[in-house]
Write a protein that binds this ligand. Structure first.
Ligand code: LRH
Ligand code: MN
Length: 433
């Protein structure tokens, strides 16, 4: 048996044969329907084909909660096997040509070799992610009471050094951005001085900012709670925005959808950060309660559509240096991570294409005319349009699968990986939980 099984492109086109008929029919029907709205379906296929989102390296292993983790079969055991799975996702859905790494979980022993391994699978490296929310074996100073805002200068220096090392590794891998999410905060009133903690955070971030190559961006990721359960230093977009402004023009605010209290109007936060010119991009996922890291579009698809409605509105306005980085950040506790990541990538393209269906002239008129119901129905018409044929056609034309989940299951990839990657007791590739 070859060392590392990969799905063959010919298998994908064989699979597609089974779907060609329904796709041609549905595509034709949708083309007619859209032409009635003066929309040319080919323009939307082009939009779908151009959409790109990065996959999180930590998302291809099985996630878990503090209660339990149920390891899946054929889990990747190192960064190379993680990239194999990311390559398979890209092969089938064609919209995920980049991987976001987490250090030290993915620290490469040979960056050039890793970069070549990724390139062979059509993959590049998106934003790097540092980790000062866990203590690594042999680490001198603990992050138990914080990292970039720890009262002890030497702990902060250790955390700053780690972030600078992440940037160095990222440079060797061709990445152009670095994401800093810290869990720093307090579990009890009085534990942290809110104003001093933020000043110390900025002091630390200025040292990290100074280590950024000129063509890099620094992403600040806010989160309203967890692992701290009373106060979090970078708790919301306002604090993140203030810090980005304080740090300089290469600093931006990253929006992880799960990092907001329930019912927060995230699409409005997105519009603000776009207007202020500091939107870094996204960690897409979905949630019902906390930072559940569920599959994007699985719980609140209308919210996802409304977020893309703001992004497409900005795209069409050709706002200067508007280039948000799109990444998935999910934890797959009970599904096959590859299936969940493929489904999530498809749901992002769906929301993006639907947002391009919004009749913006009519919407602006309805807003001018103070006609809220018409305005909502214009958005709903786009959101309720089934663009599945457009998404499938775009994938097929790019050599991907018309039906990625079925093709993946038919390929037997997971079963074969389970043989190739015998589970080693407790040795799951490092990641969350
Ligand atoms: C924190 C977070 C952050 C990552 C981690 C894996 O909740 O969203 O982006 O570093 O998850
Ligand atoms: Mn995140």
């Amino acid at each position: 048996m070859s060392q590392h099984f990969e799905i063959d492109d010919s298998f994908i086109s064989e699979q597609n044969q089974k779907s060609r008929e329904w796709l041609a029919e549905d595509f034709g029907f949708l083309a007619t329907k859209l032409r009635r709205q003066n929309v040319e379906i080919e323009d939307l296929v082009t939009k779908a084909a151009g959409f790109r989102v990065a996959v999180p390296s930590w998302g291809v292993g099985t996630g878990g909660t503090r209660f339990a983790r149920f390891p899946g079969a054929g889990e990747p055991r190192d960064i190379y096997e993680k990239l194999e799975d990311c390559g398979t996702i890209f092969q089938l859905v064609r919209s995920t040509p980049a991987v976001s790494l987490h250090i030290p979980w993915d620290k490469p022993d040979d960056a050039a070799r890793l970069r070549e391994f990724a390139r062979e699978r059509g993959l590049q490296f998106d934003a790097m992610n540092s980790n000062t929310f866990q203590d690594q074996p042999g680490q001198k100073l603990s992050y138990k009471f914080g990292s970039l805002t720890h009262p002890d200068r030497s702990v902060r220096a250790q955390a700053i050094q780690h972030n600078l090392e992440c940037i160095e590794i990222g440079e060797a891998l061709g990445s152009k951005a670095h994401t800093v999410w810290i869990g720093d905060g307090g579990n009890f009133p009085g534990q942290q001085h809110f104003r001093r903690a933020l000043e110390v955070y900025l002091e630390s971030m200025r040292e990290i900012y100074a280590g950024l190559p000129d063509d890099w961006r620094l992403f600040i990721e806010h989160k309203f709670y967890e692992p701290a359960f009373y106060s979090t230093v970078i708790n919301d977009w306002g604090t993140s925005y203030y810090c980005a402004r304080e740090l300089g023009p290469q600093a931006f605010c990253l929006v992880d959808l799960g990092h907001h209290a329930p019912n927060v109007n995230i699409e409005m936060i997105v519009a603000r950060l776009i207007q202020f010119g500091r939107l870094a991009g996204f960690h897409f996922n979905d949630s019902k309660y906390g930072d559940d890291d569920l599959d994007a579009g699985a719980i609140k698809p209308f919210q996802l559509f409304l977020i893309f409605n703001e992004l497409v509105d900005a795209e069409l306005d050709q706002l200067p240096d508007f280039k948000p980085a799109y990444m998935l950040d999910q934890s797959h506790n009970i599904t096959d991570p590859i299936e969940s990541l493929m489904m999530s990538a498809v749901e992002l393209v769906r929301a993006y294409v639907q947002a391009h269906l919004v009749d913006r002239a009519a919407l602006t008129e309805a807003q001018q005319e103070c006609d809220p119901l018409l305005a909502l129905s214009i958005l709903k018409q786009a959101f309720t349009t089934d663009v599945t044929p457009i998404l499938a056609e775009a994938r097929a034309r790019a050599g991907g699968a018309i039906d990625p989940i079925t093709a993946y299951r038919e390929s037997g990839y997971r079963k074969i990986k389970a043989e190739e990657r015998p589970a080693q007791k407790g040795a799951a590739a490092s990641g969350i939980v």
